[in-house]
Write a protein that binds this ligand. Structure first.
Ligand SMILES: Nc1ncnc2c1ncn2[C@@H]1O[C@H](COP(=O)(O)OP(=O)(O)OP(=O)(O)O)[C@@H](O)[C@H]1O
Ligand SMILES: [Mg+2]
Length: 206
C-alpha cells in the first residue's frame, strides 16, 4: 500500500459542521483543503500498524494531550491478550466505553486530544464517534506489519493475533469522519501528513 486515501473528508466536514454550531471556531478557517475540524483524533488500525508511534508524534507536534487506548483496558482483557487469546466483543464494550469517556471528557472541556484505539469495526467506532472526533486510520498490509511485529519485543500483543486483527478490520467508510494514512513510510512522514491533511497547527520548536 502506498499513498493516501482522502475518503472521509466530506464526512468529517459534515460532522464538524454539525458539531461546530459556532462554525468559525478553531480550525474551521485553517483546517486545510479538506475542511476537517478535528478536536480529538482517534488513531486506529491493526496492531503493529504504528498507531502509538504516529499518534504520539502528532500529539507532540501540535501540543495536544496524548493517551494510549490500550492502557484503558480492564485487567481481565490485558490478561487475555497476554495469553494470546483474542478478545470477544463482550470484552471490548467496557473498554470502548472508557475510551469514549476520555474522548467525551475532552470534547466537553474544550481540550484537544489524541488517543490510540484499534477501533477495527465500525460498531466499535460507533461507540467513540462524536462531532469533532476524526479517525486517523494507519493502514498497512500484513507483510509490513508482520515484519515490524517480529522486530518488537516487550509488547503484550503477540504476533499470532495479527491475522485475526486483519480479518476483523472494517476500514472506515466514506460517511465516517476519517483520514487514511499509509503505514509504509517513516513515522515523521506519516505524522506530517496527518498534520497537513487536518490543517492542525504545529508548535514552533525552541
Ligand atoms: N512508520 C514506521 N516505520 C517503521 N517502523 C515503524 C513505523 N511506525 C511504527 N514503527 C515500529 O513498528 C512497531 C509498531 O509500532 P507501534 O507500536 O506504534 O504500533 P501500534 O499500532 O501502536 O501497535 P499496538 O496496537 O500493538 O499498540 C514499533 O516497533 C515501531 O517502532
Ligand atoms: Mg500501540
Amino acid at each position: 500500500m502506498s499513498g493516501a486515501v482522502d475518503d472521509g473528508a466530506a464526512a468529517a466536514a459534515a460532522a464538524a459542521a454539525a458539531a461546530a454550531g459556532a462554525a468559525g471556531a478553531a480550525g474551521a478557517g485553517g483546517a486545510g483543503a479538506a475542511g476537517l475540524d478535528a478536536r480529538v483524533l482517534v488513531v486506529m488500525g491493526v496492531s503493529g500498524s504504528g498507531k502509538s508511534t504516529v499518534a504520539a508524534m502528532v500529539a507532540e507536534q501540535v501540543g495536544w494531550e496524548f493517551a494510549e487506548g490500550d492502557a484503558m483496558h480492564p485487567p481481565a482483557n490485558v490478561d487475555k491478550m497476554h495469553a494470546g487469546t483474542p478478545l470477544t466483543d463482550e470484552d471490548r464494550w467496557p473498554w470502548l466505553d472508557v475510551v469514549a469517556a476520555w474522548i467525551r471528557g475532552h470534547l466537553d472541556a474544550g481540550t484537544n486530544g489524541v488517543v490510540t484505539c484499534s477501533a477495527l469495526k465500525r460498531s466499535y467506532r460507533d461507540v467513540l464517534r462524536a462531532p469533532g472526533v476524526v479517525f486517523v486510520h494507519v493502514a498497512g498490509d500484513g507483510a509490513l506489519i508482520e515484519q515490524r511485529m517480529s522486530q518488537r519485543s516487550g509488547h503484550f500483543m503477540p504476533t499470532s493475533l495479527l491475522k485475526s486483527q486483519l480479518a476483523t478490520l472494517e476500514p472506515p467508510q466514506p460517511d465516517e469522519a476519517h483520514v487514511t494514512i499509509a503505514a509504509d513510510r517513516t513515522p515523521e512522514a506519516e505524522s506530517a501528513e496527518v498534520v497537513e491533511r487536518l490543517g492542525l497547527v504545529t508548535i514552533p520548536r525552541a
